[in-house]
Design a protein around this ligand. Structure first.
Ligand SMILES: Cc1cc2nc3c(=O)[nH]c(=O)nc-3n(C[C@H](O)[C@H](O)[C@H](O)COP(=O)(O)OP(=O)(O)OC[C@H]3O[C@@H](n4cnc5c(N)ncnc54)[C@H](O)[C@@H]3O)c2cc1C
Length: 419
């Protein structure tokens, strides 16, 4: 039996942030994977630099950003003015759709404006209903509903009104109409930063200065004894803790603690990401493009080559799936072919040759935030906290958030537990 005051599950952004800011040397990180980073990993292949999926950074806490950049060893970090577009019926429209309906073909514009003016006057009951109530039927049906259905792979009526929190680009009628004359498409991430070496650089910065012998890789936690405060790992290690900080998905944590996750509380999607490298440059001046149309398999693509102005098209392509979908080799091969055909159909691939490719399945990717899930997570977190177990992170808190949010949450907990 080993002892550590703080045992941390997961060497992603949340776990490493906790280890970074806790005021003690008596900690141990246990990580299932053979490298650090969690979902914030970077792949370097055939001269291309790809993340698990496009990971871009928009820091509200300048102190956190400065702390990380200082630890990047002179790495170039670009600050980029985001350009994002929507592919709609054969044309590119600026993002967000609801503020740029004047860029649509005339009859579609009239439909959207009409329905926006005569939108229903009621309190929305679900995420889907909110789209109709805020923007009217045409904006909802032409883009917001089909896009979010493709992304979340779920009936949007099942999601909470506020399922996307601050990440949803709200706009009132006046702001939409003002935008017809003077474009103001600013959003929470109007600019983003990105390091030359990919998103993993932020993780490496968090790990810089940590005693790496206390970050145990390739050793998953397999059981947690709440009463004895002991974790067991796949390799047979047993570690007694005073406080356990977990960043693994919340329902999995509950199961390992011997608690049964409420079956109706936890739902999520998976995302299959293709990273694709081509022999020559493609579209320029755009960072990512959204696709709501059901005739195209992906919901979003992004151009890494337009961040660092490199000379070969380097894309990530995202496809949403329900949580129980089987994504085996046959499915991946089928979808890779569909992606390449659809990229050609929408004009992104135009005589390009694919020279390098990679894929990854993110499971879970987006959790489905409902009133039931929020209540279940809050109630179970209180039970676990009474046993010295603290669940943090995007999946540990079962939420929609950014990497900066993960750092803030972990730092706050580290400060609280250090006092
Ligand atoms: C498609 C997509 C795009 C995104 N884009 C952005 C973006 O542009 N900007 C941004 O800020 N954020 C983005 N995010 C969010 C970002 O990826 C997460 O907020 C962040 O990576 C979560 O970090 P974490 O440490 O909380 O969790 P994770 O990265 O999931 O880390 C958890 C760690 O726990 C480990 N683990 C799990 N089970 C066990 C076990 N039993 N034992 C030991 N270890 C275990 C895992 O291997 C993993 O390393 C995106 C997310 C997705 C899905």
């Amino acid at each position: 039996m080993e002892d550590a005051k703080y045992v941390v599950i997961g060497a992603g952004v949340s776990g490493l942030s906790f280890a970074n800011w806790v005021d003690s040397d008596d900690w141990l990180v246990l990580e299932r994977d053979d490298s650090i980073g969690g979902y914030c990993k970077t792949i370097k292949q055939d001269g291309f630099v790809w993340d698990y999926s496009g990971h871009f950074f928009h820091f509200k806490h300048k102190d956190i950003e400065a702390y990380l950049v200082e630890r990047m060893g002179g790495q170039e970090v670009r600050v980029v003015n985001k350009v994002s577009r929507i592919y709609h019926n054969g044309r590119m429209v600026d993002f967000p759709f609801q503020k740029n309906i004047h860029q649509l073909e005339k009859s579609e514009f009239i439909d959207c404006l009409h329905d926006l003016y005569f939108k229903p006057d009621r309190t929305p009951t679900s995420f889907k209903d909110m789209l109709y109530v805020k923007f009217g039927g045409a904006i909802a049906e032409k883009f917001l509903v089909p896009y979010n259905e493709k992304l979340y792979a779920v009936d949007l009526d099942a999601l909470d009104v506020d399922a996307m929190g601050r990440f949803f680009p709200y706009a009132d009628t006046a702001a939409i109409i003002k935008n017809f004359r003077a474009a103001d498409n600013a959003s929470y991430n109007a600019t983003f930063t990105y390091p030359e070496g990919g998103a993993i650089q932020y993780v490496e910065a968090l790990a810089d200065g940590l005693d790496r012998t206390k970050v145990a890789l390739s050793d998953a936690v397999t059981a947690i004894d709440l009463q004895a405060r002991v974790v067991t790992t796949a390799s047979g290690r047993k570690v007694r803790y005073q406080e356990l900080v977990s960043s693994m998905p919340f329902p999995t944590l509950l199961s390992l603690c011997g608690r049964t996750p409420a079956p109706d509380a936890y739902s999520w999607n998976k995302v299959l990401v293709f990273n694709l490298g081509f022999d020559k440059k493609g579209l320029e001046g755009v960072h990512w493009v959204y696709f709501a149309g059901r005739d195209v398999v992906f919901y979003r693509i992004g151009f890494y080559d337009n961040i660092f102005d490199t000379d070969r098209m380097s894309l990530y392509v995202e496809i949403g799936y329900p949580r129980d979908a089987v994504i085996d080799e046959a499915e991946v091969n089928k979808q890779r072919a569909a992606v390449l055909a659809d990229l050609a159909k929408v004009g992104v691939v135009d005589g390009h040759e694919l020279v390098s490719d990679h894929h990854i399945v993110l499971d879970p990717a987006y959790v489905h935030i409902t009133k039931t899930s929020d209540a279940a997570v809050a109630a179970e977190k209180a039970v676990l906290a009474a046993h010295g177990v603290h669940s943090i992170g995007r999946y540990g808190s079962w939420t929609y958030c950014s990497i900066e949010d993960n750092i803030v949450e972990a730092r706050t907990l580290a400060t609280k537990l250090s006092t």
